[in-house]
Design a binder for this molecule. Sequence first.
Ligand code: ATP
Ligand code: MG
Length: 439
Amino acid sequence: MLLTRFFLPVLKENPKEAEIISHIYMLRAGMIQQSASGIYSWLPLGKIILEKVTDICRQEMIKAGANEILMPTLQPAEIWKESGRYEDYGKEMLRINDRNNRDLLYGPTNEELVTEIFRTHVKSYKELPLNLFHIQWKFRDEVRPRFGVMRGREFLMKDAYSFDMNYNSSIKSYNIMFIAYMQLFKKMGLKAIPMRAETGPIGGDLSHEFIIIAETGESEVFVERELLNYESSVTKINYNEDLQEEVNRFTSFYAATKEKHEESNFHNEDNILIKTRGIEVGHIFHFGQKYSLPMRATISDKEGNKIPVFMGSYGVGLSRLVGAIIEANHDHKGIIWPKEITPWDYNIINLKSGDNDCDNICLNLYNLMKANGLEVLYDDTDERTGAKLARADLIGLPYQIIIGPKGIKDQLYDLKSRKSGDISRLSYNELINFVQTNK
Ligand code: ATP
Ligand code: MG
């Protein structure tokens, strides 16, 4: 991508309205723009990252056997009256009246709607287990939208819903999602810690939140120190096997959100309990027949008895994750994208656009790298050196290749690692060699 052809409206100053680093950098790097409180437009850089996060999540859901659907943002009030949640949800729910005076709402979550789809089509235990997921914008009229996309009012969520014929099978489905979550966060370069959590308005008996430890996180959490150092090495996962043991490996540690924390439940003399803060990036719930009972979503078992289906729901905050990834990967100069998420691996910076030699070398390199299937952003703008270097650090691609008249004279070019800040001076061939072996 040529930077002159890329819409990247960076800001020089820190925006006054932003309090935390991810919000500041997302605004400064031209990733988002506020449209109304807690509601954002995603500009090209932001959109690319959001898409990467979404895709990693989607692929893992499919691998775990879930089917992708797409439910609308607007839902009829009737199904929420059926489940009994229409009144309970309170002011967080945005209620809308259409021209025929029908009550609609902008979905804050989709248990009711997916249950309606299920009950229309699935009648027999033979069709189970089933997991349906979608990726769709949600709206919650939060009391205090803040921290940019971290606590928005409109936000993108992946939500999955499992359907099973009995409790045991339903726990298996829960475990599959538990492990899929560990996998997908890892694939985003993140260390998410599963914690026992409250079920809140979704309801149910079993629930885990997935938390990224960060000082700016809104959740207060209690974690056994051991778990902070624990590497989640769930590499070879077979979703067709029973995953209870894998799940136990994580849940045997003590980790709980403030609401669930009970000091007396923590007994481990050799270890230390740490009180810290974190960002909730995912939340899974097992709630059995909570919705299928009032909504009469029944299936017939082997004997022909009609049983309300057992359900769970599983949410990932995709737009919040973009902020969380920045909270976990930055320095005082800007973002440092993990390789799993970065929009491009290399940032070629031409320090003297308009100079024939500089332009030629940069363009040759750019074309060669692209032809080799590498992801490159080429800064071909004619701005000042300082501005270019500062912008490159702000947008945080893993490697910068910095080319100017001095380098051309010496035939040595700077390769800078954004993370370590280390600069190596390489010949053209060494540079080519590096990018080709570093694929
Ligand atoms: P929170 O406790 O942060 O308000 P929640 O428990 O109400 O979240 P869930 O119903 O569990 O949220 O939603 C699933 C996921 O959606 C959350 O784990 C979070 O990552 C994301 N999410 C929830 N509310 C918001 C929001 N206002 N802005 C951005 N993401 C959100
Ligand atoms: Mg939650």
